[in-house]
Structure formats: structure tokens, C-alpha cells
Design a protein around this ligand. Structure first.
Ligand SMILES: [Zn+2]
Length: 454
């Protein structure tokens, strides 16, 4: 006797897409097979032929920037559950040498998160870079992000740019804190961004293309090339989040052929939107503001091709919970809330447009991030022994992106747009946490995940 059985689904497993169902017992998947091969259970759900994917493992989330963290961890994991996200990795930052914010947030997350979670850490300065081995032992975190640029001094978010010295000191240590260790870089060169921004602001332009022109493709490429060069020099694994340009794929492929370990991530907004999208016309330009910026169709096509061919390994939301008006382009904050729309964007723009298959969606949204960061086979896959983390999607369901569909009051990049293919049921470790438009999980029912071997 199992606890829960799901039947009559189109299951996306690492071994292909199969008709049938699964049984979950004590939080784990205990059987996969044809409907009549499954054990009995007190609750049996008929999936009516809907697509069953592994619960999304979102590798890229920022919480607590504007709203208190203890509030965000509840509201945004509620939104995540509605989007079929069952695990996520969040970036922490702490300016003080005692890392007080880190302790505080891990504590809040364990008490309040609705879904399972773990952490990356953002390095603010040389002192922290030199303390990476100590920090890694203390908090069991092996992934460290550096802002190579893009956020000038005095930025309201409080991000500290890492120069080559900081990056070098960081990589020298990150290479020793494995397994599943990565240096991560926000790749946008400060000097170039500052110069172009000054020029373009002065010209009086206020359209979204003006913002993109203030941080052009080659500004990102320059830092990616510099980060790859240093990663090869020091033998440090490198994970490049939120890649927007085709040139990143070329650079990573060439380096990996030389024996480097370079992993690329992109985000749904770069896959589903371009700078010239009509949604960002006029006084709505600031809605589309994000860093790195939205690009053109040529780059977007290369990102889809990169996903299809396996050159881009993961898709992360880069979720930033902020409310945006769209006006005052240069003052508007970059970023948007994105966890709830990862799957709808991948299904609408990827699968239903024939750009990628369901297996690729399962790989880049769940299996690959879980593997890379050390949570597979517990997470990321529909297979026997894995956690019962499941999302059921209705490929016919159309919804407008907004608070009703995303269960978040924060602005989405896709605000007001209709997407097709939405989660209708989310299961986290065998517990139904989202059903019929309602989030059912309780705050604190999510867990802090331990990396394999830690
Ligand atoms: Zn970033």
C-alpha cells in the first residue's frame, strides 16, 4: 500500500516520455509503471493524460531585497508552489565578518519556507573571498557568486563589485571546497557600463532599447571571457548564471574542449522576451529592465539552440520580488519575479513552438540543476528512490500572467501576457502543495536541503 498514486499521465522521466503513473510512499517515489502495475493507495489521482514533470529545481533566486526576508520566504515560496517549483537555491549576502544575515536567513527559511531550499553566497570584497574555505565548512555552501560589474559604486542594492584580485582570491579557494563547488559570475563590465550609461542617459533616450544599449552584448562577453580565462588559469569550476548571448555558448564550448568546466544557465525572460517586445513600449519600458538586459532575436534563437543541444545546462528564474511601475526607466530597479512562470514560459515558448522537447525541459529545469549542485538523485527526477516532487501540467490551459495566476504581488516580466501550459498540481515529497488554483502547503513544511556527501 502506497500513500499516493498518480495514474494516466504522460510522464517525463530521464528514460523517456512514458504513459502511466507513479506511487509515492514516505515521501519517495516507490513505483513507476503502467496504471495497472501500481500498488493501491488511499488517494489515487487520475491525471487525465496530462504531462507529469519532475518538480522544478530553480537554481537562481534572490529574496529579501525590498520586503523583509521573513515575509518573502513565505510569499515567494507560495508563488513557487503554484508554479510547480518544489526546490530552489537562493543567493545570500552578508556584509559583516560574522555572516549574521546568513545565519538569520537559514533559520527563517527552515521555519517558514513552503518548499525545499538551499543556498549560494555572494562575495562582497577581498576579506570574504579569502575566507571562503572557512565559510564553506561553517555553512556547507560551495557555490560563490561574484559581481564582476554592472552595479556601480553606490548602487541602491548594495552590491560590491569584485575586481580581478577578489575573483582570483575567490577561485583559488573555491577549487578546494568541492564537490559541487562553483565560482559564479555576474558578467557585465563596470567601466563600459558606466561610460555607455552616462552617454545614453545624456542623450535623453528613455526606451528599453536605450537601457540595453547601455550594456551591449560585448560588455557581457568581455567579462565571460575574462572569467573563463581565470577559471582555466586556476582550474576552478565556473557556473555562469543568466547568460543572454550566443557568444557565451561559443566561449564555453571552446573552453570545455580545452578541458575546462564551464556551465551555462539562462533565464525564462531571455527565452521569451526581447528588448523590442511591445509590452515594454512607452512608459512601460522599466518593466523590462533587468541586468543583464533583454537582447535581440538573434541571441534569443541561439539560447534556444543552446538548450536544445545541451550547451546551456540550466534555466533559473533569477527571481527578484519587486513591484515595478515601468516609468522612470533609469531609476527603476532591475529584475522581476519569475518562479511561477518558469514552466509556462518553457512550455509556451519552448515545447509548444517546437523549439525543445519535454525531456529537455525536465533536464534544464530539474535534473541538471539538481545534479550540478549535488542534490540528485534525491531531487530533480521522476525515478524510483527520488523524492516525490512532481508537477502536473495542462498544455491546453491558458492564463494571463498576473497576481491571480502567479500567486505573487510582485511584477513579472510577462505581466499581462497570455501563456499556454500551466501547472495544475504540485506535489512536494508526496504532499499535495498546489491543487485547483490553491496553495495548500504550510509555511515551514519545506526543508533545508543537504548537498550529497555533506
Ligand atoms: Zn546576477
Amino acid at each position: 500500500m502506497a500513500d499516493l498514486v498518480l495514474k494516466n499521465a504522460k510522464m517525463v522521466t530521464p528514460f523517456g516520455v512514458r504513459e502511466g503513473g507513479i506511487a509515492i510512499e514516505n515521501e519517495k517515489i516507490v513505483a513507476i509503471g503502467t496504471d495497472n502495475s501500481l500498488p493501491p493507495a488511499p488517494e489515487v489521482i487520475d491525471c487525465r493524460g496530462m504531462v507529469m514533470l519532475p518538480g522544478v529545481f530553480d537554481p537562481h533566486v534572490h529574496l529579501g531585497g525590498r520586503t523583509p526576508y521573513e515575509e518573502n520566504i513565505v510569499t515567494e515560496t507560495t508563488s513557487a508552489a503554484a508554479g510547480g517549483v518544489t526546490s530552489f537555491l537562493q543567493y545570500l549576502r552578508s556584509a559583516d565578518p560574522e555572516y549574521k544575515v546568513v545565519k538569520e536567513r537559514i533559520d527563517f527559511a527552515s521555519k517558514l519556507s513552503l518548499i525545499d531550499t538551499s543556498f549560494h553566497f555572494i562575495i562582497s570584497g577581498l576579506e570574504q573571498a579569502k575566507d571562503i574555505e572557512n565559510f564553506s565548512k561553517k555553512f556547507e555552501i560551495a557555490t560563490f557568486k561574484f559581481y564582476m560589474g554592472g552595479y556601480s559604486e553606490g548602487n541602491p542594492i548594495g552590491i560590491v563589485t569584485a575586481d580581478d584580485g577578489v575573483l582570483y582570491a575567490g577561485m583559488e579557494r573555491i577549487r578546494n571546497v568541492g564537490p559541487y563547488n562553483f565560482c559564479m559570475v555576474h558578467a557585465e563590465d563596470n567601466a563600459l557600463v558606466e561610460m555607455f550609461t552616462e552617454e545614453i542617459k545624456h542623450s535623453g533616450r528613455n526606451d528599453l532599447q536605450a537601457y540595453t544599449d547601455s550594456r551591449p552584448d560585448f560588455v557581457e562577453e568581455q567579462d565571460i571571457l575574462r572569467a573563463i580565462w581565470m577559471a582555466e588559469l586556476l582550474g576552478c569550476p565556473l557556473y555562469i548564471p543568466h547568460v543572454t548571448i550566443g557568444a557565451a555558448i561559443d566561449a564555453a564550448l571552446a573552453a570545455n574542449h580545452r578541458g575546462a568546466r564551464i556551465i551555462l544557465e539562462t533565464c525564462p525572460h531571455y527565452l521569451g522576451l526581447t528588448t523590442d517586445h511591445p509590452a515594454f513600449e512607452g512608459d512601460r519600458a522599466g518593466i523590462g529592465k533587468v541586468s543583464p538586459p533583454l537582447r535581440d532575436k538573434v541571441n534569443q534563437d541561439r539560447l534556444w539552440d543552446g538548450l536544445a543541444k545541451g550547451y546551456i545546462s540550466t534555466v533559473g528564474s533569477d527571481h527578484v520580488p519587486i513591484e515595478k511601475s515601468g516609468g522612470a526607466l533609469w531609476e527603476e530597479r532591475p529584475g522581476f519575479a519569475g518562479m511561477a512562470t518558469i514552466l509556462p514560459v518553457m512550455l509556451t515558448e519552448g515545447y509548444l513552438k517546437g523549439r525543445i522537447g519535454l525531456e529537455t525541459i525536465a533536464a534544464v529545469t530539474a535534473l541538471n540543476p539538481a545534479k550540478l549542485f549535488g542534490y540528485y538523485p534525491q531531487k530533480g527526477s521522476i525515478e524510483i528512490g527520488s523524492d516525490g516532487d512532481i508537477v502536473l501540467c495542462d498544455l491546453q490551459k491558458e492564463q494571463v500572467v498576473g497576481p491571480l495566476s502567479t500567486h505573487s504581488r510582485f511584477t513579472s516580466a510577462f505581466e499581462g501576457q497570455t501563456l499556454k501550459g500551466w501547472p495544475i498540481l504540485t506535489i512536494r515529497r508526496g504532499e499535495i502543495i498546489f491543487r485547483e488554483g490553491e496553495v495548500l502547503a504550510l509555511p515551514g513544511s519545506g526543508r533545508i536541503l543537504a548537498r550529497n556527501g555533506s
